[in-house]
Write a protein that binds this ligand. Sequence first.
Ligand SMILES: Cc1ncc(COP(=O)(O)O)c(C=O)c1O
Length: 393
Amino acid sequence: MRNFEQSNLLKRLPDQFFANLVQKVKELTEKGHDVINLGQGNPDLPTPVHIVRELQDAAADPVNHKYPPFRGFSFLKDAVASFYKQEYSVDIDAEKEVAILFGAKTGLVELGQCLLNPGDVALLPDPGYPDYMSGIALADVKTETMPLLKENDFLPDYQSIDREALDKAKLMFLNYPNNPTAATASKAFFDETVELAYQHNICVVHDFAYGALGFDGDKPQSFLQSAGAKDVGVEIYTLSKTYNMAGWRVAFAVGNASVIESINLLQDHMYVSLFGGIQAAAARALTGEQSSVKNLVSTYEDRRNRFISKLNEIGWKAEMPKGTFFAWLPVPKGYTSEEFADLLLEEAHVAVAPGKGFGKAGEGYIRVGLLDSAERLEEAVDRIAELNLFNDY
Ligand SMILES: Cc1ncc(COP(=O)(O)O)c(C=O)c1O
């Protein structure tokens, strides 16, 4: 067999930092160990039944056996607009301000290619969701990182970013509720972001993947709720987390009409939109009853409370996450995040994600996904307690 060389484009892609972790978990599991895997971000609960039923019915409808319209069915775009009106009191033009995506990941990776040229500058949060880097690498773009530090509540400090870098930057990625730090953002922060974007002519991409997951009664803020946000950016919303639909691959971008047009143009050349049945189910999810979402938030909140309280009992000083289904925990002194994650995996058979995998500023932390039952999460803490790591911590 001839071995055909990969394109330079592919060679630019960053290494998948977490592939190593996945492999180690697999090896331990194959040896028969009971690994509690809290290292990934895959929702563990099923899609609500009414959404599954909608797909079942739609799959039997011959309309959906044909190609769907290139830019998606109008009924789904209308559902997106009414969802934004209902949830955030934001007005969206369904035809001009919505692009249907094969999951948020696809949209986030496409955006660099839609809006940037080689050598342009993009601002990325550090730590941040690794796929921002993938899109940036494909577009052959330079990056400036915005450290998310505890002393700033894991929000970027715009004053500390070099003015020249701000003037050069064309695109900025933000994500609140935040993966991996579990921090949330206020309206005041998004107002400040709109102002900055205007001043420096930056397109803001707010990744709202955990938009439904805010705790203690606080509903996460949409970027589009800030005045002028639609003039300077878009928000990416996925059904993966809100409705446990990660495997269905459906999301959308909403906001600035010129950015939406660019996404749609690129997608016209790559896809013929999603299977109609998925679009029907997604519309049902967005416009149907939302009690499943409320129950899901309560489930994660209960897991969070039990897990974090128990961690504090064993001496691991951890703060309550404000949103997402992650906990961002400081690593005890004397370990790097990778060393500590390895220790937990090898000695306690608990898999967590080392913070370094999310960027330089993620060093000193590990990320735990609250994606198993509260009982299993408590068992994970019991196993960690046996290692006696926190006695003089
Ligand atoms: C911050 C963030 N953005 C986007 C995604 C991807 O979402 P989707 O399943 O819609 O591709 C994830 C998934 O883990 C995420 O954590």
